[in-house]
Design a protein around this ligand. Structure first.
Ligand code: RIB
Length: 312
């Protein structure tokens, strides 16, 4: 009789922000005021979005972050407790909770984001260490690039030392310490970030393959480049493959689709899926997230995802 594999735990490290989004039909010029077509307030911050996505899909997830001592703090806790996320969120008495202003093209769903990490800018290795006793070999550790680069490097290095599967989502792009690449088992840039890392312009499949190989040369074991509606390309340690995107309906808001992908990836890996299965699972989750407004609000539940996976 096959022994059922116990799911691994997921630790997501990074920022929480309150997202204030505006749906607009033209760009705002300096000195101009425009009337938005719609608006939305919701939970954001790449780490919190990714943790919520992983949790909604059934992953046993802990978010490590920081909050300010303000009203957004209680908002964050309400959202997280509804999702039954495990939380480590130190309170900063001087800095505010993170905030983001998001502009979404009303026709295409494409977005531009300005984020102020606030209290989370102070995240440090001490926040990681506070949860270290719960981390085990084989658990999943996921972080992004919205906290300082020194902290990002230290936490990835420590997680790797513990034998965790380390995933680095290099978003937003910034100068990456070369040693970071050796500390991440999997890196997940989007097209733009992959171009910035490699200086290769991704016009077609050949360019994507070249970029993956250039990132491997930096010392990363496995590479996933997310390609928006075109899906994702990945190197699983053996070969480069492409996973096509999904078209589940009209795109409303692409904000947070990358976060949904990364959370889903952590979740799938924690269930013991291999990289190919995990990328397919994550492409489907991200494909569903763009059908709704918001970032964490739009990431699908396991039940919603199962419906489309069965249908395809
Ligand atoms: O990836 C989208 C996220 O980036 C938003 O939720 C915003 O808060 C920023 O962190």
């Amino acid at each position: 009789m096959a022994v059922k594999r116990k799911n691994k735990n997921i630790f997501v490290f990074g920022i929480f922000a309150v997202d204030i989004s505006f749906y607009i039909d033209k760009k705002v010029k300096p000195g101009e005021t425009i009337i938005a077509k719609g608006s939305n307030i919701g939970p954001g911050g790449k780490a919190s979005n990714q943790a919520i996505s992983a949790r909604k899909l059934g992953g046993n997830t802990t978010l490590i972050t920081r909050l300010g001592n303000d009203n957004f703090n209680s908002y964050a806790n309400t959202v997280w407790s509804k999702e039954k996320l495990s939380i480590s969120a130190k309170i900063d008495r001087t800095l505010p909770t993170g905030m983001a202003g998001i502009f979404i093209d009303d026709k295409t769903g494409e977005n531009s984001v300005i984020v102020h990490p606030g209290a989370s800018a102070q995240l440090s290795i001490s926040d990681f260490n506070s949860q270290k006793s719960k981390m085990q070999k084989g658990d999943i550790f996921l972080t992004q690039f919205e906290q300082s680069s020194d902290t990002t490097f230290s936490v990835l290095k420590e997680a790797r030392k513990l034998g965790m599967i380390t995933i680095f989502n290099p978003a937003p792009f910034g100068k990456i310490n070369k040693k970071v690449y050796q500390s991440c088992e999997i890196i997940t840039p989007n097209e733009t970030e992959a171009e910035q890392i490699t200086n290769i312009s991704l016009k077609g499949k050949r360019d994507v393959e070249k970029a993956i190989n250039k990132i491997r040369d930096l010392g990363v074991e496995k590479v996933i480049i997310t390609l928006g509606k075109k899906g994702a390309a990945f190197f699983d340690g053996q070969r480069i493959s492409f996973c096509p995107g999904n078209n589940f309906g009209k795109v409303i808001d692409t904000t947070g689709a990358g976060d949904c992908f990364n959370g889903a990836l952590a979740s799938a890996l924690s269930f013991g899926k291999d990289l190919r299965q995990s990328v397919e699972f994550s492409c489907a989750a991200a494909g569903l997230s763009v059908l709704k407004k918001g970032t964490a609000q739009s990431s699908p539940t396991r039940v919603e995802l199962n419906k489309v996976i069965k249908a395809t």
